[in-house]
Ligand binder design. Structure first.
Ligand SMILES: C[S@@+](CC[C@H](N)C(=O)[O-])C[C@H]1O[C@@H](n2cnc3c(N)ncnc32)[C@H](O)[C@@H]1O
Length: 195
């Protein structure tokens, strides 16, 4: 499992090929379509945090940035100085606990693919633990197999179905039609609800 030092080094060396430099289009579209902006949202493995910054500016005042790379978190703070510092969590997702209350939504954007496949069940269990009843994971998963050695770790619709159905109701797990162009046809849009 890549450590926070691994990710810090990648940010320090500007070796951040995953970073699209702006809010991801499908996530922007989802945020824009939400009427209830009081939702408590967690964005784990948020990196440069364009999704968190966009959500906050769009009126989601209850959005939390989480990344265990202190370099990424610092970059985010510099780029989004108005974002509330107490909503920037420089923690390990897997150690997040005793959180004062639960989240309504977890937004997934290239975090799942950053963790080792053998930790996927732990990702799902942690998401289940952090969400309210009826809370959702929404966002994007890669629908492509990459190498097995280092992130990004990919997968298929069938792999994800098998994994997520153990804990979540699968509302959507479908081809994403509005991906950013380099990821066109390689992403799935997910909406997974905690029963
Ligand atoms: C591929 S990057 C994606 C960043 C961002 N979501 C984006 O799309 O630009 C994966 C991010 O997950 C973070 N990360 C990896 N494992 C983590 C963990 N266990 N807890 C918190 N953050 C983690 C890394 O530091 C990195 O910023």
């Amino acid at each position: 499992m890549p450590s926070n030092t691994y990710w810090d080094n990648r940010y320090n060396n500007n070796d951040i090929g995953w970073d699209i430099g702006k809010v991801s289009n499908p996530i922007k579209y989802w945020l824009d379509s939400q009427i209830d902006r009081s939702k408590k949202i967690l964005i784990p493995g948020a990196g440069s945090g364009f999704e968190a910054g966009y959500a906050y500016a769009a009126g989601f005042k209850n959005v939390y940035y989480l990344d265990f790379s202190t370099v990424a978190a610092k970059k985010f703070k510099t780029q989004f100085p108005d974002f509330p510092p107490n909503q920037i969590l420089a923690n390990d997702y897997f150690n997040l606990s005793n959180f004062n209350d639960f989240f309504d939504v977890i937004i997934e954007q290239t975090f799942f693919c950053a963790i080792s496949p053998n930790k996927r069940v732990l990702y799902i269990n942690k998401a289940y633990e952090l969400l309210e009843k009826n809370g959702k994971i929404v966002g994007l998963l890669f629908n492509v197999n990459f190498n097995e050695e280092s992130p990004p770790f990919g997968g298929s619709k069938e792999d994800y179905e098998l994994l997520f159905k153990t804990k979540f109701n699968i509302l959507k797990l479908e081809a994403c039609y509005n991906s950013v162009s380099p990821r066109l046809n390689n992403e799935l849009w997910i909406s997974l609800q905690k029963p």
